[in-house]
Design a protein around this ligand. Structure first.
Ligand code: AMP
Length: 275
């Protein structure tokens, strides 16, 4: 890794030209894995990745590259939780594909005139980016046909599920063909997300990348998985191992903050609560 360039990927030359305009020099870690994978594999994919990792280009560039422009039917459906994200994704994709003639990317989201979106779909949209509610509505009105799509991408799946889009997602997925590639991206792998992957995906490849946090490049993150009953002991041990420690313990409830601080004070650590 690190030496890969976008030229190494088998992407359409129009796309390479567009990302050159954007000054994308080096693929991000998720792009290094996801782009070559999507270009050659039809396997389902689960990606644990947050915003800021370059995931939009990771799924967007290969999807655009694989789009057949002679064909006006919808080939890629991207679902995301909010209108803002929907607009952002389609803006990014339009940017990446600005040199590809005949490609149409249509965003569909609630809170905007549906007839405008219906007209846009009627012209033929190879790529549709939608929020679940509006997407379902357009399918029901027979204005959006997804029976023949090649791939469906669920972006920010955890957000979509916590916003209550589970049933809309299930309706939409039930209208997709059996033979298709399903990609799911989520910042967190919650139980609800796992359920969707179990029910609607199979033979999945999983990738996970950490968010690049430029503000804290000198910070080393460590994560210990412990039983709830051992948590306090772990805090003490970590503190004892780092005598100069100066830290914050985050708790879920006010009671817990008091509880932890009291125990620490009782054990002669300098501690107090903020709640
Ligand atoms: P995303 O995680 O998809 O929201 O992307 C975060 C930001 O990184 C966006 O503004 C992208 O335009 C930008 N970006 C994505 N890939 C690259 C890359 N390979 N090099 C530089 N910037 C990138």
């Amino acid at each position: 890794t690190g030496k890969t360039t976008f030229q190494n990927f088998s992407l359409k030359k129009e796309i390479l030209k567009a990302i050159k305009d954007l000054n994308f020099i080096k693929p991000t870690p998720i792009q290094e894995i996801v782009i070559p994978f999507l270009v050659k594999s039809k396997q389902d994919l689960i990606g644990t990745a947050q915003t800021g990792t370059g995931k939009t280009a990771a799924f967007g560039l290969p999807s655009l590259s694989l789009t057949s422009v002679e064909n006006t039917k919808t080939q890629t459906l991207i679902l995301c939780p909010t209108r803002e994200l929907c607009i952002q994704i389609s803006k990014d994709l339009k940017n990446y594909s600005k040199y590809i003639k005949g490609i149409n990317i249509v965003p569909v989201y609630g809170g905007a005139k549906i007839d405008v979106q219906m007209r846009a779909l009627k012209k033929g949209a190879q790529v549709v980016v939608g929020t679940p509610g509006r997407t379902k509505d357009l399918i029901k009105r027979k204005k959006l046909y997804i029976e023949f799509i090649d791939r469906v991408i669920l972006d920010e799946a955890d957000e979509m599920l916590s916003m209550g889009f589970k049933e809309d997602l299930e309706f939409i997925l039930s209208k997709t063909p059996k033979e298709k590639q399903t990609l799911l991206f989520s910042a967190t792998m919650t139980k609800k997300v796992r359920e969707v992957t179990k029910n609607y995906m199979n033979d999945t490849k999983e990738v996970s990348v950490a968010r690049k946090n430029i503000a804290s490049e000198n910070v080393n993150h460590v994560n210990y998985i412990v039983q709830a009953r051992d948590r306090y002991e772990v805090i003490k041990r970590v503190s004892d191992m780092n005598p100069d420690i100066y830290g914050i313990v985050f708790c879920r409830t006010r009671r817990e903050t008091k509880d932890v601080a009291n125990k620490l004070m009782h054990d002669n650590y300098n501690a107090d609560t903020l709640h």
